[in-house]
Ligand binder design. Sequence first.
Ligand code: URA
Length: 421
Amino acid sequence: MNHETVVLSTTSDFSGWRAWARKLLHDRVPADTIRWTVEAPSDLYASSTTRILPTAPSTTSVPRSLATLFPAVFVSEAPERFQLLYITLQTLRDDMTVPDELSKQLLGLAAGSRKRVLDLRCQMPDARSPECQIIRTSHAAALIDSQATALSNLRPTPWAIVAPERTLFWDGQECRFGPALEDDISEPSEMIAAARNIATAGSGNAWWDGIAPVRLHPVATDIASSPSLANLRGQAIDCQMCDLCGPATRTVSGEGNPDAEIIFVGEQPGDQEDLQGRPFVGPAGQLFDQALREAGGNRAQAWITNAVKHFKFVPKGRRRIHQKPDSTEISACSPWLAAERKVLAPKVTVMLGVTGASAVLGRQVTVSRERSRHIALADGSIGLVTVHPSYLLRLPDEESKTREYTKFVTDLRMAISALAG
Ligand code: URA
């Protein structure tokens, strides 16, 4: 029997695997005659662009439910993963049903990758520190590579990942990929310098070839069973529950004190929030911070979030003009807010404006009619509706601004006072 050996350029060479699989399927090469291997680049600075991949027409259509598992299986740690994926394609090409045993294996491997991805994301440092941070992890290179873009979105400030077979360095602008560090360096600044030196710049280098686009696409059931706020945050990076994820820069998850007894729910991230990846950091957020302090509270004790986690806008020249999310977008995003409130179990939920209020209360709300009083929420906790701080920014004259600001501070004070009860 003839054997085919396919050499993938890196463990994350999903596009190489796909091109070879397509060709071998087209030539009807049986799975058990193929040996899939991975060859790490010998030259650190080699460019991957010289690699020639076979071309062949596609012979197989893969149902969406299986196709979404492929990249996650690809970055799993099972040595037989390439072959299992090929067998799956071969079965589908021959119009046969994928056996339960094989589906179960694929699901198990994908679930394992998903767990490791979340674990890696939860290891990422706090985005608020401008200092370069080091993450030491034991995850495999394929998994780390597959997450490079998501991780730089999650933590835009510089970091270096140091793992047994991979060094990944993000300087705030671009990712650099390289093999493991040879020396066991304990001094942080030396480690950062070593990581920067060893890693080759950007995509297109031999250590970052055809990143497997692992998209976890969380679904409502995953979100509802999420055990922690950090886990929710990790999953939310890949949220595609509505179309807002396309144009937005990133998901802006809630943040704050995970033991907070009070949660503030706004509408959606604005321009600044979308760029910085944090809620309420733009002009409305600054006004909110000021009012919260005057009311006797502070952000460090609170959890701050939004009903919708992606920025909705229309471009106008170089500006991005805020658009109100519609009811479909609010309800698509509602599992995140529900899960955040379930995990946090706050005593008090403050709804900032009509979108936050309708998302929490699950019905239409007229803020002027329902504001400034304690509302009993379905879970037995207390809610309070008030205006959104950007409403105060939009008021045309100083007199109404001062009057409405004072009422806003009074509302926040009323919410904080409910904590004592
Ligand atoms: N407006 C909001 O509703 N949320 C933010 O995070 C910022 C502005």
